[in-house]
Design a protein around this ligand. Structure first.
Ligand code: SAH
Length: 268
């Protein structure tokens, strides 16, 4: 029988739950500091060492406690600027030195966050840890286009997939994705846009399938590209997004920005 353990990390108000010599793996959300959970905010203020990734926003980092030591272990694209081994080693070293360590990852740490490598490193070193969820990019991006990830009568499941993995372009169940009304959120999908488009069409997807790319979701500089499967690579190249971008296959914005602005004006 599986033993269910009680969550001892829950805290009410006031101080959070960081423990000296332990690591908290936390999600910073998609960038807007208001999308941090209260728990992660408390952890950020309490941590003695914060190891953060490239996509953790400056606004979030600004909320760290005055005494917190901030370490940028940012990974650029697919080539980590600091190796995974080195990041694991630093986590373990700080924890063994008795620090309250916060490992801050963008979005939710359990989604394309290379969390398991770091959990394993802690386990092997006998370092205790906890995981604090965050709002993933797909949730922020879909909110930004007024859509739902699932909708009765349209799609009863949604896929989170990556265009790229460590071996290159990531293979997926293209036949399933190509079916009408399917919805997928593609992380790290900019470079693989043409590959994804090609595979989808090869498996029978309608070329007119709506596709929306949201850059910098939840941030002040958020941009939305509304396109189709047919036009995706061309329009994406033209848009020249240089921030993190989330691609939705099978979703168009609920309303065009202009229509929404008009509606807001009418209601004001
Ligand atoms: N753990 C993160 C994902 C890390 S992978 C999460 O849960 O969100 C990095 C990819 O996430 C980026 O290439 C991009 O596709 C997506 N991403 C992260 N932040 C984003 C943002 N603010 N807007 C759009 N996409 C974002």
């Amino acid at each position: 029988m599986t033993q269910i353990t009680t969550d001892t990390t829950r805290s009410g108000s006031g101080m959070c739950c960081l423990v000296s010599g332990q690591v908290a793996f936390a999600g910073s959300g998609p960038g807007d500091p208001d999308l941090l959970t209260v728990k992660v905010l408390k952890a950020l203020q309490e941590a003695e060492v914060v190891l953060f990734d490239r996509l953790v926003s400056a606004e979030v980092l600004a909320l760290a406690g005055d005494h917190s030591q901030l370490e940028d272990v940012g990974k650029e694209g697919f080539g980590p600027s600091m190796s995974q081994e080195e990041i694991c080693a630093r986590l373990v070293t700080h924890a063994k030195a008795g620090k309250k360590v916060l490992r801050l990852k963008s979005g939710d740490p359990t989604i394309f966050g290379r969390l398991d490598e770091e959990l394993t490193a802690c386990e092997e070193a006998g370092v205790a840890y906890q995981i604090m969820p965050g709002i993933t990019a797909a949730s922020a991006a879909v909110a930004g286009i007024g859509q739902s990830l699932t909708q009765r009568g349209r799609n009863s499941s949604v896929r989170f997939l990556t265009g790229h993995d460590m071996k290159g372009f990531a293979d997926q169940d293209w036949a399933a994705l190509a079916r009408p009304s399917e919805v997928a959120a593609v992380y790290m999908g900019k470079k693989s846009a043409r590959f994804v488009q090609g595979r989808m069409i090869m498996h029978g997807a309608n070329r007119a399938t709506p596709v929306t790319v949201v850059e910098n979701a939840s941030r002040a500089d958020q941009r939305v590209l509304e396109t189709t499967l047919e036009r995706l690579p061309t329009d994406l190249a033209e848009a020249a997004f240089d921030g993190p971008a989330l691609t939705f296959l099978g979703l168009a914005p609920r309303q065009s920005a202009a229509a929404l602005a008009e509606l807001n004006m009418e209601l004001a």
